[in-house]
Design a protein around this ligand. Structure first.
Ligand code: TYD
Ligand code: MG
Length: 476
C-alpha cells in the first residue's frame, strides 16, 4: 500500500512541508487498483517537516485570567470554564469577552441560560456595553452553527454548554450525551476555523464537569473557578492546559462592579491576622511561579467524647494524620484524645509538602498555648523520620516574606542563604525546630536525636510507650 497524490509522496513536497500549503493538498491511498481519497490533514508527513510555528496567545484583558492561561487565549483553542452556580463564571466570561471585543476581536456570546435583558444589565454593570460584543439567544446546535457562519467571529462563548441541545440526539438537553455531542461539534469548529471557543460548564454534585470526565478530553484547557459564595475571594485554576503550565492561580475579588484582579494577595490574606494568638504561623507557598504568604491556624481542644476529631481545611487530611503521627513518634508531642483543627486562612490550598513544618509548628503552638514570633515564617517538608527537607524555590518564598516585613524564617538546615535583612533559623528535624521556638520543653541532645531517628514500634507489641508520649509535656 502506498500514498500517492499531488505531492504527499514527492521529494519536492517533502522539502516544502505544511507551511507551503501541504494542508491544502489531498492524498490518494492506493490499495491494489482501488484509489481512496484521504483528507489533506490525514496525509502522513515527516515530523521534522510539520510547521512548528506556535500561535501567539491573545490577552483577554483580565490579568488574572491571562496568568492562568499562560498569557491569554489562542485561536482554535477550546476552553472549558467550570464552577458551581453563582461563583461568577458568567461575570468572568462577560468581562473577558468585553475586553477582547474592545481590542478588536469579534466576539459572540451564546447566552442560553440568561435572557438578553439580563445579559444587557450585567454588561452595563461591568462597563462593557460599548465593546461591540455580540449576543445570541440561540439554543440548538444547528442555530448556533448558522449564527457562527453568518458572523464569522474570532471568539465564541457558550454559557452554558448544559443548556444547548442537538435535536438529532434523542436524550434531554443537559444530559451527558447531549453535552458531549454539542461540545464535540464546537471543538471541531474551533479547530477547522481557528475560532477560540469558551464553554461554560456547571459542576455536578460530585464536583466534576457535566458528569464524570464528560468533557475534559474534548477540550484543550479546563479552568475551575472556585470560592465561597459568602466571601468575596475567588480562585481560578487550570486543571488541564495544553498550551502551558497548570500550576498558576488566579485570584479575584467579587465587587459591585464585577471581578477585580487581586494585586497583592499575600497582604490581603494576612491583614486580619492576630500574630500573638497561639496556633498561628505564616507560611510562604508557591502557586505556580508566584509566592504567596498565607496563615496556617491550628486549634487543639479536649475531645468531648472517646472518638477524637481531626479536621483539615486547605491541607490534605491524610497529610495531617501523618504529621500528627510524626509529631508523636519523632518529637514527643502526643495529641491523642484531643480534637485537632487545622485551617489555611483565605481559602488557599497549601497542598505542597513544604507546608508540613508550618502545620507542625501551628499544632505545637496551639497545644502549648505559646505563640510564635509575629515576624516569623516557616516552611519545609517533614519526612517520616522527623527530618526536615528543603522546599523548592526557597529564595522566592523568602523574598516575598521580606517584602511583607517578615524578617525571620525557620527552614530546613540545607536551605540556601536568605535575602538581605532576613535571619534564618535552621533545623534538621521537626523536634529541633519546635525546640528552637520553645514550643516543647528542652530535652537532651541524645534524646532529641533518638526522637528523630527512632524506628516505629507499635504500642500493643511493646507494652510501654514511655519514649513517645509526654516528652513535650502536652500529652493527654
Ligand atoms: P454569576 O457570574 O452569575 O455566577 P455563575 O455564572 O457562576 O452562576 O455571578 C453570580 C454572583 O455574583 C451573583 O450572586 C451576583 C454576584 N455579582 C456581584 O457581586 N457583582 C457583579 O458585578 C456581578 C455581575 C455579579
Ligand atoms: Mg452563569
Amino acid at each position: 500500500m502506498q500514498v500517492e497524490g499531488d505531492g504527499a509522496g514527492s521529494a519536492g513536497d517533502r522539502k516544502r512541508g505544511l507551511a507551503s500549503g501541504a494542508h491544502q493538498r489531498r492524498g490518494r491511498l492506493s490499495s491494489g487498483s482501488e484509489k481512496i481519497d484521504i483528507p489533506a490533514y490525514a496525509v502522513a508527513q515527516r515530523l521534522s517537516e510539520v510547521c512548528g510555528e506556535q500561535a501567539v496567545p491573545v490577552s483577554t484583558g483580565v490579568p488574572e485570567l491571562d496568568r492562568v492561561l499562560s498569557g491569554g487565549i489562542l485561536a482554535g483553542s477550546v476552553t472549558l470554564l467550570g464552577g458551581e452556580p453563582g461563583v461568577g463564571k458568567s461575570t468572568l466570561l462577560v468581562q473577558a469577552l468585553g475586553s477582547l471585543s474592545s481590542a478588536g476581536n469579534k466576539s459572540l456570546l451564546f447566552s442560553a441560560e440568561e435572557s438578553a435583558p439580563q445579559v444587557h444589565a450585567r454588561a452595563e454593570r461591568l462597563g462593557v456595553l460599548g465593546s461591540g460584543l455580540l449576543l445570541s439567544a440561540a439554543r440548538s446546535m444547528p442555530d448556533l452553527l448558522r449564527v457562527i457562519d453568518e458572523v464569522s467571529p474570532d471568539v465564541v462563548a457558550v454559557d452554558s454548554i448544559q443548556t444547548v441541545e442537538e435535536p438529532e440526539t434523542s436524550s434531554m438537553p443537559g444530559s451527558v450525551s447531549q453535552v458531549r455531542e454539542c461540545a464535540g461539534q464546537l471543538a471541531a469548529l474551533a479547530k477547522s476555523r481557528g475560532i477560540a471557543v469558551i464553554l461554560v460548564g456547571h459542576v455536578t454534585k460530585d464536583g466534576s464537569l457535566a458528569g464524570p470526565r464528560a468533557l475534559e478530553h474534548l477540550v484543550d484547557t479546563v479552568l475551575m473557578f472556585e470560592g465561597d459564595r459568602h466571601h468575596a475571594l475567588r480562585f481560578l485554576r487550570a486543571s488541564k492546559h495544553r498550551f502551558g503550565a497548570t500550576g498558576e492561580l488566579g485570584i479575584f475579588e467579587m465587587s459591585v462592579s464585577g471581578l477585580k484582579s487581586v494585586e497583592d494577595p499575600s497582604g490581603l490574606f494576612l491583614c486580619d491576622r492576630r500574630p500573638d494568638a497561639p496556633g498561628s504561623v505564616v507560611l510562604p507557598v508557591m502557586e505556580g511561579r508566584r509566592p504567596l504568604l498565607v496563615e496556617v491556624q491550628a486549634l487543639v481542644a479536649p475531645a468531648p467524647c472517646e472518638a477524637a476529631k481531626c479536621s483539615a481545611q486547605g491541607i490534605d487530611s491524610t497529610r495531617l494524620s501523618l504529621l500528627l503521627a510524626v509529631l508523636e513518634r519523632r518529637a514527643g508531642l502526643s495529641l491523642r484524645g484531643r480534637e485537632v483543627f487545622v485551617s489555611v486562612v483565605g481559602g488557599v490550598k497549601a497542598s505542597e509538602p513544604s507546608s508540613d513544618l508550618a502545620v507542625c509548628i501551628a499544632l505545637a503552638s496551639a497545644a502549648s498555648g505559646r505563640s510564635v514570633a509575629g515576624d516569623l515564617v516557616a516552611f519545609g517538608e517533614v519526612g517520616l523520620g522527623g527530618e526536615l527537607r528543603q522546599a523548592s524555590q526557597a529564595s522566592r518564598r523568602l523574598g516575598e516574606a521580606v517584602r511583607l516585613g517578615y524578617l525571620s524564617a525557620l527552614v530546613p538546615a540545607s536551605s540556601p542563604d536568605p535575602p538581605t535583612g532576613m535571619a534564618l533559623l535552621r533545623a534538621s528535624t521537626v523536634s529541633e525546630a519546635l525546640l528552637l521556638l520553645s514550643l516543647v520543653p528542652e530535652i537532651g541532645a541524645a534524646q532529641s536525636r533518638a526522637h528523630a531517628l527512632a524506628p516505629y514500634r507499635p504500642r500493643d507489641r511493646r507494652g510501654d510507650d514511655d519514649d513517645v508520649t509526654c516528652v513535650g509535656g502536652y500529652a493527654s
